[in-house]
Design a protein around this ligand. Structure first.
Ligand code: 5AD
Ligand code: SF4
Length: 478
């Protein structure tokens, strides 16, 4: 019986978490062996594409690579390279193919190099087919549902010369307590739910991230308590649609109730969350936010389009009027809140009138910041087969007009805080200005001010002296 069979026999008797730890040990043995043979440590590199969910997943991958004995490096000329991919828009996919070519060059020089791909893009069958056909040098491909198995897949990759592909269509499994390696010691993302059930007609996420499932509140609280003991002051609760958190649990809990519990955690200072769907945002949530001392005054509320007609075809399940009313209700309850949004231009059938409705919402709500996207056709979504796709030059023109409008308004909105004193969590030294550090305000704006690196990880009071449009220059208050 070889070593792998033995682990498998033992593993059958263990919990999933224990199994994965057993594989981490085996990976460590393999990495040590190879490292002794080469007379140097083995290096690993992770590149993350896409959203905060993916960033958090990469921290999990990084935790496992660290347990396996890899030393993380900035360079992609490493012994183990992994791309955690995104597929929300087509250009994200193109970037991956482009960069794989470069990795192939490194692999020719270092034949022991292992190349792994995971994340949302791998959940698309056409992508995997293309990789199998034209990118044979890739060693491991896995998806979003079985990322908890990474230690096991790592061992298989290290002991095989064949391309390993393990993609699941869906899962209801949530595996707790695997290691993570946080990018920042003082802040962390925390998954509260996975997947999405909304099926907006343009969006590929429900197909690549599967059905919605929430973690148990006690597991979330336990994780945050442990993070706080480890120095974390700010958490970002993550889900594709946090407003529908807890609905499918055996004992249903609302997102607002979860927030109230998180608020009670001693030592935790700031709470953020991402992403809200306007259709599910409750009055209870607005109330909990307004009363909270810890929930940051920032809400990301994707609009997507300002035209009720287009919103209907997008399957967003709110109208222009309902959205505007909601945004105004939020601003009335919390006048200092920063509102941000996502907007798509060029959805199939979008007319100039529809686009003007979007501009109208932007001018009415006055976003503190807005992410604007050109509609990207995602195969498999209902919108991809809709007729009357909008010509490129029309989309480009609308995109430029929208961008200039949101930028003007963001600048004006940022001005309203100039001269005020705000709390900032100091995140990093300023790369351009020696002797300066960069902090993040509760409303998600960034401020640069003179200060030493000993401030990193602390929450300090900063006066916002000058607004530079998308950031402030400030000074530390004592
Ligand atoms: N084309 C363009 N933008 C998209 N988004 C999601 N799907 C698409 C698509 N097919 C945008 C939405 C979403 C954000 C994460 O990405 O605005 O809120
Ligand atoms: Fe995140 Fe969606 Fe991109 Fe996946 S497809 S990384 S969930 S934005």
């Amino acid at each position: 019986m070889d070593k792998l069979d033995k682990i498998e026999e033992m593993a059958a008797l263990m919990s999933e978490t224990e199994r994965q730890y057993a594989y981490m040990q085996e990976a460590r043995r393999l990495v040590e062996e190879e490292s002794a043979r080469l007379g140097r440590p083995l290096t690993a590199n992770i590149t993350t594409f896409g959203c905060q969910m993916n960033a958090r997943d990469s921290e999990k991958l990084s935790g496992i690579l660290r347990e396996a004995g890899y030393v993380e490096t900035e360079s992609e000329d490493a012994d183990f390279v992994i791309y955690n991919t995104c597929t929300v828009r087509e250009n994200a996919n193109q970037r991956v193919y482009g960069r794989l070519g470069v990795l192939h060059g490194y692999k020719k020089k270092n034949p022991h190099m292992k190349i792994a791909l995971c994340g949302c893009m791998m959940q698309e069958p056409t992508v995997v087919e293309k990789l199998k056909k034209s990118y044979r040098f890739v060693d491991l491909i896995f998806g979003t549902h079985n990322i908890f198995k990474f230690a096991e897949l790592l061992v298989r990759t290290l002991t095989s010369d064949r391309m390993i592909i393990d993609i699941w269509k869906d899962t209801d499994q949530i595996v707790e307590d695997l290691p993570t390696e946080r990018k920042y010691p003082f802040k962390s993302g925390v998954n509260i739910m996975f997947g999405c059930n909304n099926f907006c007609s343009y969006c590929i996420v429900p197909y690549v991230r599967g059905r919605e499932r929430s973690r148990e509140p006690r597991d979330i609280i336990r994780e945050i308590e442990a993070l706080v003991r480890d120095g974390v002051r700010e958490v970002m609760l993550l889900g594709q649609n946090v407003n529908s958190y807890g609905k499918t649990l055996e004992q249903p809990v609302s997102f607002a109730q979860l927030l109230k519990e998180v608020e009670q955690i001693d030592g935790l200072e700031r709470i953020r969350f991402m992403t809200s769907h306007p259709k599910d945002l409750s009055d209870e949530l607005i109330e909990v936010m307004a009363q909270s001392k810890k929930i940051c005054r920032h809400l990301h509320l994707p609009l997507q389009s300002g035209s009720s007609r287009i919103l209907k075809v997008m399957n967003r399940r709110y109208t222009k009027e309902q959205y505007v009313e909601l945004a105004q209700k939020i601003r009335r309850a919390m006048p200092d809140i920063a509102l941000s949004t996502d907007i798509i231009v060029g959805f199939p059938g979008e007319t100039e009138e529809d686009f003007l409705e979007t501009l109208d919402v932007v001018k009415t709500v006055r976003y503190d910041s807005a992410f604007t996207f050109i509609y990207s056709k995602r195969t498999g979504t209902p919108a991809a087969v809709m007729e009357n796709q909008v010509p490129d030059e029309v989309v480009k023109d609308r995109f430029d007009r929208l961008l200039s409008c949101v930028q003007d308004i963001s600048r004006e909105m940022a001005e309203r805080f100039t001269g005020s004193v705000q709390e900032a969590l100091v995140e990093e030294p300023n790369e351009q200005l020696g002797g300066y550090v960069t902090g993040r305000l509760g409303n998600n704006h960034v401020v640069h001010f003179p200060g030493g690196t000993e401030l990193i990880g602390q929450i300090v009071k900063v006066r916002l002296d000058e607004c530079k449009g998308f950031y402030y220059m400030g000074s530390l208050m004592n």
